[in-house]
Design a protein around this ligand. Structure first.
Ligand code: MN
Ligand code: MN
Ligand code: ZN
Length: 290
């Protein structure tokens, strides 16, 4: 018998769903994850095959027997909830609704998505359109338990979400506010300009997060080191300890009591054998002061 994973820390990585969603659970379990992220359909297509009853029951059974939970789903990269093009906007809304349906069928706790890119229409316009999209989608999915989780962004191009204020404003405009939550991507907030490397910078950043958004909204971290310098607004993930956040930044995060039970998920480059995930998780755990 394999020894059960250490559930005192919720650490995992984004897993491939090749072979079906249940395969993501098997992969995560095989490398000792206690939480994980996955897509619920091909991440660069609008439509996916419907789940069969067997897909769902196999996934649920494997998850129940695993050491994994909560599960985060990442939305497909095509979705833009503030697209200016009417057709893309409609497709995006339909697609996010479909993702919520899929999460609900699987009993997934969190659907993580990027706020959107305003494509030149301006940030205020984008923020309002994102909230409108969420209100329409939530109305079609009343009573769902899966949370709508907005991810902080690096602010590449016209991406919204590189300031905590953007997320606050979106949440404020959403009618079913209890369905909203936030995911902090460490690479993204550093690229956006927030200091999480020095002790004083780190404290200031999360004090600001708390006063602007509220720490109670925070449900997940994407733990990625960053290839580029703070404030670059460039979204390039690096292996833990090898980038501009470095071990110093991750040591602060891994030892922060406030975040001990919040899932931390890697989205760093990896091969099919997931050796990189194993190593990155080992590095993160090694930074914890017992
Ligand atoms: Mn993301
Ligand atoms: Mn991310
Ligand atoms: Zn990223």
């Amino acid at each position: 018998m394999k020894k059960p994973a250490d559930r005192s820390i919720l650490l995992g990585a984004h897993m491939s769903i090749a072979g079906g969603v249940h395969c993501a659970v098997e992969r995560a379990e095989s490398i000792g994850c206690t939480t994980m992220q996955m897509f619920v359909k091909n991440n660069n297509q609008w439509h996916g095959k419907k789940f069969t009853a067997e897909d769902i029951s196999t996934y649920k059974k494997l998850l129940r027997e695993s050491s994994i939970g909560p599960v985060v789903v990442h939305d497909t990269y095509l979705i833009n909830l503030c697209a200016v093009n009417k057709e893309i906007l409609q497709k995006s809304r339909d697609a996010l609704k479909d993702e919520l349906d899929r999460c609900e069928m699987l009993g997934v706790e969190y659907l993580n998505f990027h706020p959107g890119s305003h494509m030149g229409a301006g940030e205020r316009d984008g923020i309002e359109r994102i909230a409108e999209s969420l209100n329409l989608i939530h109305a079609l999915t009343a009573g769902y338990r899966v949370k709508s989780v907005i991810e902080t962004t690096a602010g590449q191009g016209t991406a919204i979400g590189y300031r905590f204020e953007h997320l606050r404003q979106i949440i404020d405009l959403v009618e079913q506010r209890e369905r909203m939550a936030v995911c902090v991507d460490t690479c993204h907030i550093l690229a956006a300009g927030y200091d999480i490397v020095t002790e004083t910078g780190y404290e200031q950043t999360f004090r600001e997060f708390d006063s602007v958004i509220g720490l109670h909204h925070l449900v997940a971290f994407h733990v990625n080191d960053a290839k580029r310098e703070r404030g670059s607004r460039v979204d390039r993930h690096e292996h833990i300890g090898k980038g501009t956040i470095g071990k110093a930044g991750f040591r602060l995060l891994m030892n922060d009591e406030r975040f001990r039970v919040i899932p931390k998920i890697l989205e760093t480059p990896k091969g099919p054998e997931m050796k990189e995930d194993i190593k990155n998780m080992r590095v993160l755990k090694s930074l914890m002061e017992k």
